[in-house]
Structures are given as C-alpha cells and as structure tokens.
Design a protein around this ligand. Structure first.
Ligand code: 3Y8
Ligand code: NAP
Length: 257
C-alpha cells in the first residue's frame, strides 16, 4: 500500500474471535492505525495491542455515526460467524457511508472419517435432534442460547461459559463450567469422559479456537449436533491474514473531500 494511502488508513476491527486477535497483532506490528471493538459480552475480554472500544454502537445508525466521527476508512468484520446482527449492521453502515467492508472469517468445519455429525439449522432444531430418553449433553454454545433446551429438562447438561452465570440457569439438571477458550483436544477428551457425555451440541464456528471438542468427539466416537451458521448477504471475505492485507492494498484509503 502506498505510504500516503497508509497514512490516511484508519481501520475499525470488529473482533471477539481468535482470527481478530491475530489480525490485531499484525496491524499493531505494522503500525497501521486501527481501533479494536468488543461487544462487551464478557467481564474481562482479552487485552488487544490496539486502542480498544467496548460496547454496542447503537445499531447500524450508531455504527455509521461512529465511522464518520472517527474518520474510519475501512471496516474489517472479524466477528464470530454467529454474530450475525453485528455483521448485518456493518453491511448497512458501510453501504450508507461508502466505507470498504471486509469479512475476515474462517470456513465452516467439514466432517472427517469417523465423525458422527447431525447438521441442524438452528438451536430449536438442535433441541429436536436430542433423544427423548435421558442423556448427558455437552452444550458448548455459550449462555445466550440455552433457553430452548428447557424443552427437554430430562437430560443432564454440561455447560461451558466464559463468565459465571449471573442469573439462575434455565436447565434443572446442569453443571456449569467457567472456562475461556481456545481449548485443547486432550483437555476436551478428558472433560467428555469425566462427565460421561453422550451427545455434544456445538455451533459450526470453524477455526481452531472451538474445534477441540469435535476432535474429542471423534476420538470417543460421540454424536455431535452441529448448528449451521446464520446466512448473511454477500460481502467481500478473506480467510487468511495474507488475503486481508491484499484486500487493504487493493482498497487504498480515501476520504470524501
Ligand atoms: C466477548 C472475547 C481470542 C478469542 C477466543 C473463537 C475462539 C475461544 C471458542 C466451547 C465453545 C462459544 C463462545 C467460544 C469460543 C474463541 C474466542 C471463542 C465458544 C470470547 C470473547 C467474547 C466471547 C463471547 C462469547 C459468547 C459465546 C461465545 C463462548 C474475550 C472469549 C460458545 C461460541 O457467556 C457469554 O455470554 C458468552 C458469549 C458470545 C456464544 C454465546 O452465544 O453465548 N463467545 N468469547 C467478545 C465481545 O465482547 O465482543 O472475552 O476474551 C472470544 C472467543 N470465544 O482472542 O482468542 O475464535 O471462536 N466463545 C462458539 O464458537 O460456539 C465456546 O465451549 O467449546
Ligand atoms: P450479535 O448478536 O451479532 O450482535 C448483537 C449486538 O451486539 C450488535 O448489534 C452490536 O450492538 C453488539 N456487538 C456485537 N459484536 C460487537 C463488536 N465486536 N463490537 C461492538 N459491538 C458489537 O453478536 P454476539 O453473537 O452477541 O457476539 C458478541 C461478540 O462475541 C462479538 O464480538 C463476537 O465476535 C463474539 N463472539 C460471539 C460468538 C457467538 O457464538 N455468537 C462466539 C465467539 C465470539 P449495537 O447494535 O448496539 O451496535
């Protein structure tokens, strides 16, 4: 990227994933002006080597106002594939402010030999896919989408949360673990075995940070109910850091006069 374009570049990096943290470190090392953004979903998010803002923008309008006020020249959406509302707002705000937008996301996981996966479209379909006879379910989906599982209270649920739950959990038989990824296959294999887990429910997040439980399920030959990621409108996407940097070079910064 030419130096003058680099001087005017000011990136808003929508984060909250392993890939966002890797990109933040790369941009900081290059001295590229960028702001990292968390939703504020957790008590103590991982510190980033970039100036960081925490909290919602106030919808697409709030994001558009932020882009103008902060003279943002590029938005890189490196949020989680299930953070669909943030991604939709970024599409709207970048169209309105004519700001180049890139989605930095990982590909969905694909099954390998020995995987016993059932693909479902959403959380409700995941609940329907559970057996009726009491079982022991590892719900590795965070805490925002637990309520639908109350429809099958007969199961014992093992939950893994980033922060201790503030409110009572909606599942009568459950064990809550507080742990922040990225996780390891040996650790998750021991966890599934220690809790005599019979089924796993997970989001098709892709990437490495959440994959350990799928590797563990393959080793223990356990069934996995995998929730497909929400569909999003078309946008520029880049899977690797190199593709992100090539996209930036192909979209040199310019501000309306
Ligand atoms: C607040 C930032 C990094 C980022 C690490 C990745 C990997 C570890 C694995 C399991 C699955 C789950 C959950 C998970 C993983 C990474 C990544 C990823 C899954 C942090 C983070 C924030 C969040 C929000 C949190 C959600 C929850 C989802 C737990 C930080 C740690 C289940 C997604 O308790 C809650 O309210 C948790 C909420 C959104 C999904 C949900 O709907 O509940 N992530 N996760 C970000 C913000 O405020 O903007 O606190 O440090 C980030 C990471 N979580 O830098 O290495 O890249 O995916 N996060 C899923 O994938 O299924 C756990 O337990 O096996
Ligand atoms: P979401 O449902 O798509 O977004 C809900 C609202 O949260 C957005 O409209 C926006 O509020 C705010 N928001 C979301 N991400 C933000 C960000 N990076 N910076 C500033 N505001 C943000 O999002 P979510 O699924 O709750 O995810 C929240 C965060 O957790 C994201 O950073 C995401 O990358 C991370 N995460 C989510 C998952 C998951 O499974 N959903 C997994 C791992 C990490 P306003 O409308 O007010 O702007």
């Amino acid at each position: 990227m030419e130096s003058h374009a680099l001087d005017m570049t000011r990136i808003l990096l929508l984060g909250g994933t392993t890939e966002a943290s890797h990109l933040a470190a790369h941009l900081a090392a290059l001295g590229i002006d960028a702001v990292f953004s968390y939703a504020g979903r957790t008590v103590a998010p991982v510190a980033q080597p970039l100036p960081t803002r925490i909290g919602g923008f106030g919808g697409a309008e709030g994001l558009a106002a932020y882009i103008r006020a902060e003279a943002i020249t590029h938005v890189i959406d490196a949020t989680h594939p299930f953070a669909a509302q943030m991604s939709r707002n970024a599409l709207t705000a970048c169209a309105e402010t004519r700001t180049p937008l890139l989605a930095h996301e990982r590909n969905p996981w694909t099954p390998r030999e020995g995987d016993r996966w059932t693909h479902v479209q959403d959380t409700e379909a995941a609940v329907a896919a559970l057996p009726d006879a009491p079982a022991r379910i590892f719900l590795a989906i965070g805490k925002q989408t637990l309520q639908p599982f109350a429809a099958k209270p007969q199961h014992h649920y093992l939950l893994r949360l980033v922060d201790p739950p503030e409110a009572p959990l909606p599942l009568p038989l459950c064990t809550a673990l507080v742990a922040k990824g990225p996780f390891t296959a040996p650790g998750d294999t021991a966890l599934l075995r220690d809790h005599a887990i019979t089924h796993i429910v997970a989001k098709n997040a892709g990437g490495s940070g959440a994959e350990a439980k799928l590797i563990a399920a393959r080793a223990l030959r356990l069934p996995v109910i995998l929730i497909d990621r929400p569909a999003l409108p078309p946008r520029d996407t880049a899977e690797t850091l190199e593709q992100v940097m090539a996209w930036l070079a192909a979209h040199p910064a310019r501000r309306g006069v």
